[in-house]
Design a protein around this ligand. Structure first.
Ligand SMILES: Nc1ncnc2c1ncn2[C@@H]1O[C@H](COP(=O)(O)OP(=O)(O)OP(=O)(O)O)[C@@H](O)[C@H]1O
Ligand SMILES: [Mg+2]
Length: 358
């Protein structure tokens, strides 16, 4: 039996989603192989050890009102790592699965903690996680690998701001998207069609990230591809997101229950499907991902394909796109979780075999 640390909640806008994910994972987890050790992270970022997992059924968010004695942290002992609590428990941890999304969850920080503690963990390591979180760096890597992505301009806080007219000319479109380089959940993302809203959009994006992107807006269908594996990953059938809003905004994702419909599998001809799956695998490898990722695409009416982004821990509730695409491809949710944990051990073993000094 392996002790599986399940981390959930967190500081991001997807706190509640992460709790839902953890509940679904706990229901589906193979209890003949794994003993779950649950940590819920409050919105302030404090870790609480949840001894009685039925508590998760009764809450949809974690506030700092839980027993102060259950505040916990990871500690590296000489032979193993432990979850250590204020009331003196030290629970050995064999493997970790973080369901945290966004900054502090998907950006390499929590992965760094697992790696410092020498704990195998589900998903990508520090570098791939951090790279995928930063859209500007991510695009630079795609560019190097000749993987098509949307034309864009990056602005840093010390850059002189270009005029709307100058950007329209540079990108060849008067409809633009402005977004923070490091965020998620469509927070701080604006669609801009004139000079008046352009300035406000730049101001808003800069509130969330030190660097921002201005992109050409693509008239497109939004296609998503689930990738699973380590060095030789495979791609699932494709899914399509059809937002009912002007774009797949925060409201469409989380507030409006009818904000989008999903088509699984996406209705696409075989050739386009194969091209998108190949590009998803190429992108996964270019970034150096491990375990899982969802690669999101824009498909223009002319058949041009653009990689929009890669999520190293995509939505993972039992009804989220990533698990549904694998379900449709023949891997049910419980088997997917077990496979991801196996992949975590494989990735960890690959690293553990490397010398760290002469
Ligand atoms: N260049 C573009 N052309 C057309 N639509 C776009 C473009 N950029 C963003 N969008 C729209 O805005 C949405 C959010 O953008 P994006 O995926 O880049 O943001 P995000 O905050 O990283 O989202 P996620 O929650 O998936 O991490 C997209 O799903 C799409 O609907
Ligand atoms: Mg997105």
């Amino acid at each position: 039996m392996k002790r599986l640390l399940v981390l959930c909640g967190g500081k991001s806008a997807e706190h509640e989603i992460s709790l839902k994910t953890a509940k679904n994972i706990l229901k589906a987890l193979d209890r003949t192989k794994f003993i779950p050790i649950i940590v819920a992270v409050s919105r302030s970022g404090t870790w609480y050890y949840i001894e009685d997992e039925s508590i998760l059924e009764t809450v949809d968010k974690i506030d700092d009102v839980l027993d102060i004695d259950s505040i916990a942290s990871l500690v590296k002992f000489p032979a193993y790592a432990c979850l250590s609590t204020q009331h003196g428990l030290a629970i050995p941890i064999d493997v970790a699965l973080s369901t945290l999304h966004g900054p502090n969850g998907e950006d390499g920080t929590i992965q760094g903690l697992f790696e410092l503690c020498v704990i195998p963990h589900v998903g990508s390591g520090v570098l791939a996680s951090a790279t995928a979180m930063d859209k500007d760096i991510f695009k630079q890597i795609l560019f190097f690998h000749n993987i098509p992505t949307t034309p864009s301009i990056t602005l840093t806080p010390i850059d002189e701001r270009p005029s709307y007219a100058a950007v329209v000319q540079a990108l060849g479109s008067d409809v633009l998207f402005v977004k923070p380089s490091c965020m998620g959940s469509s927070i701080g993302v604006s669609k801009v069609k004139n000079a008046t809203t352009f300035t406000a959009a730049l101001d808003e994006a800069f509130e969330y990230s030190s660097n921002i992107l201005i992109e050409k807006a693509i008239t497109c269908r939004e296609i998503e591809c689930a990738v699973l594996g380590n060095l030789t990953p495979k791609a699932a059938v494709l899914g399509e997101i059809c937002p009912t809003h002007e774009f797949y905004s925060y409201e469409a994702k989380y507030i409006d229950p009818d904000g989008a419909t999903l088509a699984i599998p996406a209705l696409l001809d075989q050739e386009i499907t194969r091209k998108i799956q190949d590009l998803a695998i190429q992108t996964f490898k270019a970034i150096g991902c491990r375990g899982l990722a969802r690669v999101d695409f824009f498909l223009s009416p002319e058949g041009d394909i653009y990689v929009n982004e890669l999520n190293t821990f995509p939505g993972f509730t039992n009804i989220s796109m990533y698990p549904k695409l694998w379900q449709e491809s023949g891997i049910p949710y419980p088997a997917l979780i077990s496979e991801l944990i196996d992949l975590a051990y494989d990735a960890h073993a690959m690293k553990a075999n490397l010398k760290v000094s002469y």
